[in-house]
Ligand binder design. Structure first.
Ligand code: ATP
Ligand code: MG
Length: 505
């Protein structure tokens, strides 16, 4: 916190966040407010008996108070643990019993229902926080003083436990230290050329590393302001682009903006930078966005466990379909999954990373930590990719999504790229489903342009046969109106696999 505070503007009346600008809920929180309110909240946490290393679990809607709680928790020496508001009672029970937080902050409307699970997890204090700054947390903090001496933190002390998105299985709690968060924030702030007058358009959720750390920490280090929206709404975002200079988004933000007729060069003339991450940005989306606005979206790659790892350059070619170069201080290598040997240019393998940004392990999962972090400090990302001759990293997919059909490896991305190239196709997802002869059978789910009934299954298969070896060609093709995605815009391939698991058996 003191690193951020050292960067706050000298004039503390400068805005930190404008919530829902242009609506009845519009409100400005200044850097002075931020300093005072994190002090009040930190005093409250300390008075509630929060000790160094104690967890503060939070399942609330997006609000500036939620950010204040994050900062107050680290000021008070605690460990911030945000949870997706969409999690059910049963899921919250898992997270609380796993993390054993000292304090749990819930939405006012769900506090009663969650009291039982909080008691089971031996939570000492259950507080509430609503969307517009109401609830027992702000009420009790209001009576506290604004001065608070930040509890000193060593670089290895934990600042947060962030649960992964659960795309490939049960979410894991990644233990993030002050060094992890601080180093990544400083690196990104510099790499993306933040300037004093930048204004960030913030429409991401803040229970995830993208919205909480990547976006918010850059703003805090910059001492500048953000336009803070409860969620992404294309109409609202279009209206605010003339006031913003930087937007960070997931790929679905960009496809939704492209669907808006108002997206033009003029509409984005005030913007300096559009950043995309958390899921693969289709090369077509990148190109279409460039054509419409003149802005080349800057795609970067990262994970909960490591913060950001690679980024396309601020100055220089932002190449569609790549995630750019390893960030300063981040080492990236591509290894053979069987032998662990480093591979050369253009060879596809497992991506491993090391650096001050890489987490110290999974919360209460020492075995899993040992499996995923090698003795030389490299973390096995589980992502499959390659580094090209110019040093750009390409993500091909996830190791868990790799299909083995008849003993041959099929990378879904390769098949998806062919299908996406067919006229009338918007996007596709290729998965392996159990098959008695082949082990797994390549199966494609395809999204066609709205209102289009072509291509049909036979046509998709015919094009794949022309361009791909036989073992890569989908055995079956299904059509959907929308691919299942989670809150971060990630395609949930496990749901697709489940839906078709009995296809061949
Ligand atoms: P879980 O680990 O629980 O299965 P998850 O991996 O989706 O879920 P996150 O930490 O939110 O959880 O996401 C990190 C993953 O997101 C990366 O490992 C990578 O697969 C994917 N990802 C992030 N940015 C990009 C990108 N620019 N292009 C492609 N994939 C990306
Ligand atoms: Mg993961």
């Amino acid at each position: 916190f003191d690193l951020f505070r050292s960067r706050f503007p000298a004039d503390r009346s400068r805005p930190f966040a404008e919530t829902e600008p242009g609506t009845n809920n519009a409100r400005t929180v200044t850097y002075g407010d931020l300093e005072a309110l994190t002090g009040r909240y930190a005093n409250l946490l300390a008075d509630l008996g929060l000790k160094k290393g104690d967890r503060v679990a939070v399942q609330v809607e997006k609000s500036v108070e939620n950010i204040i709680l994050y900062l107050a928790t680290v000021r008070a020496g605690g460990v911030f643990l945000p949870l997706n508001p969409a999690y059910t009672k049963a899921e919250v029970e898992y997270f609380l019993t796993d993390a054993e937080p000292h304090v749990f902050v819930a939405r006012p409307e769900s506090a009663d229902a969650l009291r039982e699970v909080a008691d089971k997890a031996k939570v000492a204090h259950l507080l509430t926080l609503g969307t517009h700054g109401e609830g027992t947390l702000p009420e009790q903090a209001a009576g506290k003083g604004t001065d608070f001496a930040t509890v000193p933190a060593e670089p290895d002390d934990l600042a947060a436990i962030l649960y992964t998105s659960g795309t490939t299985g049960r979410s894991k709690g990644a233990m993030m230290s002050h060094r992890n968060l601080g180093s990544n924030a400083l690196t990104l702030h510099k790499y993306w050329g933040f300037q004093p007058d930048d204004v960030l358009l913030h429409a991401l959720p803040i229970f995830h590393t993208h919205g909480l750390f990547v976006a918010t920490n850059c703003v805090l280090l910059n001492g500048s302001s953000m336009l803070f929206l409860p969620k992404f709404d294309a109409e609202q975002v279009m209206g605010l682009l003339p006031r913003a200079t930087v937007m960070m988004g997931v790929p679905t933000f960009y496809t939704r903006l492209l669907a808006h007729p108002g997206l033009t060069r003029e509409a984005t003339a005030h913007m300096r930078l559009f950043v995309s991450g958390s899921a693969p940005l289709l090369a077509d989306t990148h190109k279409e966005f460039s054509a419409r606005t003149g802005h080349a979206i800057l795609e970067r790659y990262g994970m909960t466990e490591t913060g950001m790892l690679t980024s396309n350059p601020l100055d220089g070619d932002r190449i569609p379909g790549t995630v750019g170069f390893p960030l300063p201080e981040v080492s990236v290598r591509v290894v053979d999954p069987e032998t662990g040997a480093s591979l050369g240019t253009d060879a596809i393998g497992i991506i491993e990373v090391a650096g001050p940004n890489v987490f110290s392990g999974y919360w209460r999962m020492p075995e899993k930590t040992k499996q995923e972090i090698k003795p030389d400090g490299f973390f096995i990302t589980g992502d499959v990719g390659k580094v090209d001759g110019r040093g750009y990293v390409h993500i091909v997919g996830r190791a868990k999504d790799l299909i083995i059909s008849g003993g041959f490896n099929v990378y879904p991305k390769e098949v998806e790229t062919v299908i996406d190239g067919i006229d009338g196709v918007v996007e596709s997802a290729v998965v392996g489903v159990p098959h008695p002869d082949f082990g797994e059978a390549v199966t494609a789910v395809v999204l066609r342009k709205p209102g289009s009934a072509t291509p049909d299954e036979a046509a998709v298969i015919a094009v794949c046969k022309e361009q791909l070896a036989n073992f890569k060609v989908p055995k079956r093709v299904f059509f959907m109106d929308e691919l299942p995605r989670n809150a971060m815009g990630k395609v949930q391939k496990n749901l697709l696999r489940d839906a078709h698991k009995d296809l061949f058996t």
